[in-house]
Write a protein of this length. Structure first.
Length: 523
């Protein structure tokens, strides 16, 4: 990352600080384009936003500003990225694509999706870090990797490498291609999937290594899901927590989703994963009520009527419980035995429901702490349950399950009678991170069960809005919230700043430190 930042970048204005003046004209999408596009995934024809994204990437002039595919949960972001890559390769034999992601899992998903297209046989190379074990490579990805004579991952000779029209690798591994001899400008397009998870210097590794004045950059991701993991508080406070994608999206009107749709950005709108009640909270507080619930009824409604639902027509449950958070003497990670027991009981009840048969692998359990993950796994194993996936929020991004159970784990209550007032907050750590909450909730297809202490969670605006939402629809069970569910809760905007550094102007806040206009998301 240090080396990438020190590397000369051609046309830095266009790639780093694009303005409206940098936007190049491009052909508009019309009905004739629909008929002429031979799509690998025909379902995209029925989604105007996905179709617009593919058309924009395909027809953007060389040397355009970075194009963003803004993909909220379940809207088909990866499917859109895969279609963009296939169309670029099919439509122009001179196109070469470097497809990157911050982590190997996302790279393997891209490779597996692209591998389903027989036209790419012999044209795709999946570059792995040399330190990775060959045994960790998924079976459907292995044919596209290169293993040297010593049985470890490597890079093929330069003349063979040049023949591959698409290379898939992590952002950091793109440096290997540079050191192997591929020149600047070798790739016509650089595509970064899950770009919101990458620190900006990490995203710069492939871009600064290979982008010239004609290279087009495509970023795909969602800045309302998990962002970069930054271990230095100083670095985070100085801006490293904000990804390249997120910085561009808040960069004036260049990426305004209303004014620039199809030119610099496309927001995917149709959620094909979840029941509408499951995405409603995220839709309201993170996506400005722009998402449309478009999941097939056979997927979204198959858990309605379950004995676990207090309201048989509402597939979201908040199970209130006053557990006790604990941690080991040598570990900072929290666990909560009472909540873990409730998780086990919920899993057993789901598997015993003969009217709605469900397999273990269709259930996912999310906990924000590793210690809680371990406790839940132990309890499930002791009950004979082996195939329920139990993971942290980070490990679940990109996954989906028919039923998701989320154990919040923390329960430290605020002290005194004011404990239930919003703003008097329990210390619940990153359980209060709206991006983690969004990822956890939106993994569910047909049922979402959240287990937590309403007394501890209720002091936090984003949690109180969720508990109010569920309780007002009859979805709260066990320990009930003891506040007025109809009282409006002001929710902080996307960027939190101190009161003495902002002033209210109409429906906006002006951040006096940077003159950035922030939308007010309160009542």
């Amino acid at each position: 990352m240090y080396a990438a930042i020190d590397t000369y970048l051609a046309s830095p204005q266009r790639l780093l600080f694009p303005t409206v003046r940098d936007i190049l004209p491009r052909p508009t999408l019309d009905s004739g384009d629909r008929d002429r596009m031979d799509l690998h995934n025909a379902h995209i024809l029925d989604d105007p936003e996905q179709l617009q994204a593919v058309h924009s990437v395909l027809h953007h002039p060389r040397g355009s500003v970075p194009f963003i595919i803004y993909g909220p949960p379940g809207t088909g972001k990866t499917a859109t990225v895969v279609e963009c890559i296939l169309q670029l390769l099919i439509q122009n034999p001179d196109n070469r694509i470097l497809a990157c992601a911050p982590n190997n899992n996302a790279c393997n998903v891209l490779t597996a999706r692209l591998a389903a297209e027989p036209k790419l046989e012999g044209l795709m190379f999946r570059l792995h870090a040399f330190s990775r074990s060959v045994d960790d490579c998924p079976e459907d990805v292995q044919p596209f990797a290169f293993v040297n004579a010593h049985g470890v991952f490597g890079v093929p000779p330069l003349d063979i490498l040049r023949k591959h029209r698409i290379v898939v690798c992590t952002c950091s591994s793109a440096a290997f291609l540079k050191s192997h001899g591929l020149p600047v400008g070798h790739f016509s397009h650089i595509i970064v999937d899950e770009a919101a998870q990458a620190e900006e210097p990490l995203a710069m590794v492939p871009i600064r290594a290979f982008a010239d004045v004609l290279t087009n950059v495509v970023l795909a991701g969602d800045c309302n899901q998990l962002g970069p993991v930054i271990y230095s508080p100083a670095a985070g406070n100085l801006g490293l927590k904000k990804s390249y994608l997120e910085r561009l999206m808040h960069f004036g009107e260049t990426y305004d989703t209303k004014k620039q749709t199809g030119h610099t950005i496309v927001q995917l709108l149709r959620n094909r994963r979840s029941h509408g009640a499951i995405i409603a909270w995220s839709n309201k507080y993170l996506y400005e009520d722009t998402l449309c619930a478009a999941a097939h009824a056979s997927t979204a409604r198959n858990m309605l009527g379950s004995p676990l639902l207090p309201n048989k027509t509402f597939p979201v449950v908040f199970h209130g419980i006053k557990g006790k958070q604990m941690r080991g003497s040598k570990s900072p990670s929290w666990f909560n035995i009472e909540e873990a027991s409730v998780v086990r009981n919920k899993c057993l009840a789901l598997l015993e429901d003969k009217d709605r048969p469900i397999k273990e692998r269709e259930i996912g359990v999310i906990a924000p702490y590793k210690a809680q993950v371990r406790r839940i796994r132990q309890l499930l194993k002791s009950s004979g349950i082996k195939d329920v996936l139990v993971c942290s929020v980070e490990q679940f991004q990109g996954e989906e399950r028919r039923v998701i159970i989320f154990s919040t784990t923390r329960n430290t209550p605020p002290k005194g009678k004011e404990g239930q007032r919003v703003g008097v907050r329990a210390k619940i750590g990153f359980v209060n991170d709206r991006k983690r909450i969004n990822v956890a909730f939106t993994r569910a297809q047909a049922m979402l069960i959240v287990i937590g202490d309403p007394e501890a969670l209720g002091g936090h605006p984003i949690w109180r809005t969720f508990i109010n939402y569920v309780a007002s629809h009859g979805g709260a069970t066990a320990k009930q919230p003891d506040w007025n569910l109809t009282t409006k809760v002001p929710v902080p905007g996307y960027v939190e700043i101190r009161v003495d550094e902002r002033s209210r102007v109409g429906d906006e806040y002006i951040d006096k430190r940077s003159a950035t206009v922030l939308r007010y998301m309160g009542d």
